[in-house]
Structures are given as structure tokens and as C-alpha cells.
Design a binder for this molecule. Structure first.
Ligand SMILES: *Cc1c(COP(=O)(O)O)cnc(C)c1O
Length: 398
């Protein structure tokens, strides 16, 4: 990456992505498939490139949040099965069928609406049943005391002739939490899901693929791997701290860089940035860099964040602006216009992760990653070399 050609950019290391996949595979029984969660543009990493790399590595299932994401993967040439985890408008049934996309079905009403449209168009539709075992988001409500109400609902769904049930799943709200109550809750969910699926199959409805594990599930409940697992965050090398019953070997896939646009010496008493929240107590050297909250560097990191410049940690001073921010570089030698600054990544044995940034800004790595703006170009790396660049501009200059 040449200096000055970009103000800020992300490097996405596909070798690390595949390394994580290998680590995750090694934690699973050989018969368990992986459905790679690539929703929200693969947690900001770029869903097309990530899904293609996974497809090459043998992944056959992908999970997305909505119809647009599913359609885009299909149009980009992904051939594997795609599961939409959320609701799809009934008007899209035609395309669900045409693009061979599997839809989550989480209520009898929704199933009936899908059926009516599929019948009108005379098209078949693959579905996975979503069972609610305690998250209270989407799903057919299940009960410990009595599986018959949900079995009855599933019987009615299975009688809808255009819908084909090819799987069933549930979701964990606290599989990443280590306290005894959360562990008991998740164990109860696993048991409830298994019992409900057994009852459905006893009623003569086969559920080919059962799946319940998100990243927390993969890390902490290997006994619940079943036919398939749905990891997201761990594919991208984060969430290691969720593990309490395994020691996963994961590498963060995405690094983020910015550049110095100005270096200046400030006298004692000078203020820095909006609101004058920082004041120099002694003469200091300050670098202005080209990244701000519009790029996804949270404003909550004002006067709190740190970056790495010339192998040293440098603090963010003053408020994070929309497109820029200031760093205290008093202790760093030879800082110049165009110097590259590591915002997230490793340099000289120092490391800043999205988990670090998220905890400093009062959120989770998921949200920080999703906030990485489209205007940050994504550079894909393999064997140490950049192999492709994705930019959201009309005429890239590089
Ligand atoms: C997002 C999501 C996942 C993946 O979650 P991670 O915590 O990133 O592993 C799995 N299943 C469902 C239903 C989801 O919505």
C-alpha cells in the first residue's frame, strides 16, 4: 500500500480466515457441517469475497440476515445453500425459489402466507423451522411441559404442499456467558430443542438438519454441535474471550490503517478538537490522522483510544471528529506526513483488537465491525500479498 493513495483502509487476511475455519473444524465432530454466518456484509469483512474463500474451502452453507444479502451472494456466483435467518417479504417468494434460497419459518401465520404465494406461482420453497427455546426473538414457542402445541403447528406447516422442511434450528442468547445460571439456561435450551425435534420427527416429519450453535455454542457446548453449527464472530478471529470450555486458536482477520495528514508542535495551554476537551499541559507534538466516526471509529473513543505509530502506542487526544482525529505523538521520533498508523492490528509486538476498541467504547466487537463504513476500502491479502481491492467508488485510483 503506497502512502497517500488512501486516507484509511482495511486489510483482510484470507489466510487467517481459513486458519480460523480450520481451528473451528478441529473442534467439531467430523459429521457436523459448518454454516458460515456472513450477514451484515460478513461482519464488515465483505460478504462476496469471504463467501467465495469459504466455498473454495469446502463450506456448503451460508447464513444471512435478509433477502437482499442472499440475492447478492447468489448473483455473485455463490452456489452453496443460503439460509435467510430473518423474515423475507412475501413479494420475494418468486426469487427465493428462483435463487434456491432457504427461508427460516418462525410462525404458522408466516408459513401460510409463504404457502399462498408459492401456490399462486406454483413454485417449491425450502424452509428451516425456527424454534424459540428461550431467546424470545423469532421462532415457534416451545415448552418443556408439553411439546404438543408446537408439534401441532409444525404438522400444519408440513401439510402446506409447496413448503419443504429441510431443517430446524434454535438460537442461544447466553452461550458465551460463564455464570452457572447462563450455563443452566443454555443446557435447558439444548435439551428442549432436542426433545421438541424428536417429538416432531415422531409425528412423522423428518428434520434433516438440526442446528443450534452460534460461536458461543461452538466454543462451549461441543455436545450440541448436532448436524450443523452457525458460527459468526469466531470465523473472523474475534470472540476468543467467550470460550470457557475450550481454548480456540483464532486470529483476527481484519486490520485497519490510517495515515498522518499533518504533524504540528503545540505550546503548553493549546486546546485540541471540538469542545476543547483536551488541553496541552506541556509543549507537545500532535499528528492529525484521516479517520473519524464516519469511517466507523467510534466517537466514544475520544480521549480514550490508542493507535500504533512507528511501533509505539499513541493516545487519541480530544474528540474524534467525523473524518479525522488527533494523536499525541510527542514521544515518537520522526513522524511525517503520510506515515501509516495502525488503528486495529499488530505492530512491533503491540496489538489493538476490535475487542479492545469495543470495550473502551462501551459496545461489542460485533457493533464496531458493522460500523466500519463503506468508504473504507477493503484490501484482501493472501500469502502476504494484496490480491484484490474492494472500493465503494466509481473510479478507483489504485
Ligand atoms: C448472528 C447469528 C449467528 C452467529 O452469531 P455469532 O455470535 O457471531 O456466532 C448464528 N445464528 C443466528 C440465528 C444469528 O442471528
Amino acid at each position: 500500500m503506497g502512502k497517500w493513495l488512501k486516507r484509511s483502509w482495511a486489510v483482510i487476511d484470507l489466510d487467517k480466515l481459513l486458519y480460523n475455519l480450520q481451528s473451528i473444524r478441529s473442534m467439531l465432530p467430523a459429521t457436523t457441517q459448518i454454516l458460515a454466518i456472513v450477514k451484515a456484509d460478513a461482519y464488515g469483512h465483505g460478504d462476496t469475497t469471504i463467501a467465495k474463500a469459504y466455498e473454495e474451502a469446502g463450506i456448503r452453507w451460508f447464513g444471512v440476515s435478509n433477502f437482499e444479502e442472499a440475492r447478492s451472494l447468489r448473483l455473485e456466483g455463490i452456489r452453496g445453500d443460503i439460509l435467510i435467518l430473518g423474515g423475507t417479504p412475501i413479494e420475494c417468494v418468486k426469487y427465493l425459489s428462483e435463487y434456491r434460497i432457504t427461508q427460516a419459518v418462525y410462525s404458522l401465520d408466516y408459513a401460510r402466507e409463504l404457502e399462498a404465494e408459492a401456490a399462486r406461482l406454483q413454485v417449491p420453497l425450502d424452509i428451516h423451522l425456527k424454534l424459540d427455546t428461550g431467546m424470545s426473538r423469532l421462532g415457534l414457542w416451545t415448552r418443556e411441559e408439553d411439546p404438543s402445541p408446537v408439534v401441532n403447528e409444525v404438522k400444519q406447516i408440513s401439510a402446506l404442499s409447496h413448503l419443504h422442511i429441510t431443517g430446524a434450528f434454535t438460537h442461544f442468547p447466553c452461550s458465551d456467558e460463564n455464570d452457572p445460571d447462563s450455563i443452566a439456561f443454555t443446557r435447558r435450551q439444548i435439551e428442549l430443542f432436542s426433545k421438541t425435534c424428536d417429538a416432531i420427527e415422531r409425528a412423522g416429519i423428518p428434520l434433516s438438519l438440526r442446528h443450534c450453535c452460534n460461536s458461543g455454542g461452538v466454543l462451549n457446548y461441543p455436545e450440541a454441535a448436532m448436524d450443523m453449527v452457525r458460527p459468526g464472530i469466531i470465523l473472523y478471529g474475534l470472540g476468543k474471550e467467550f470460550a470457557f470450555s475450550s481454548e480456540p486458536d483464532l486470529k483476527p482477520v481484519l486490520s485497519l490503517y490510517t495515515t498522518v495528514s499533518l504533524v504540528k508542535d503545540l505550546p503548553a495551554g493549546a486546546y485540541v478538537g471540538y469542545g476543547r476537551t483536551f488541553r496541552a499541559t506541556h509543549p507537545m507534538r500532535v499528528a492529525t490522522v484521516s479517520i473519524g466516526y464516519a469511517d466507523g471509529y467510534h466517537r466514544a473513543l475520544s480521549n480514550r483510544g490508542k493507535m500504533i505509530l512507528h511501533g509505539k502506542l499513541v493516545p487519541v487526544i480530544g474528540r474524534v471528529c467525523m473524518d479525522q482525529l488527533m494523536l499525541d505523538v510527542t514521544d515518537v521520533e520522526d513522524v511525517r506526513l503520510g506515515d501509516v498508523v495502525t488503528v486495529v492490528g499488530e505492530e512491533n509486538g503491540l496489538r489493538i483488537t476490535y475487542d479492545d476498541l469495543a470495550s473502551l467504547s462501551g459496545t461489542v466487537a460485533y457493533e464496531s465491525l458493522c460500523n466500519l463504513n463503506k468508504r473504507i476500502p477493503r484490501l484482501y491479502q493472501r500469502n502476504g500479498a494484496i490480491v484484490s481491492v474492494v472500493e465503494n467508488v466509481h473510479q478507483p485510483i489504485l
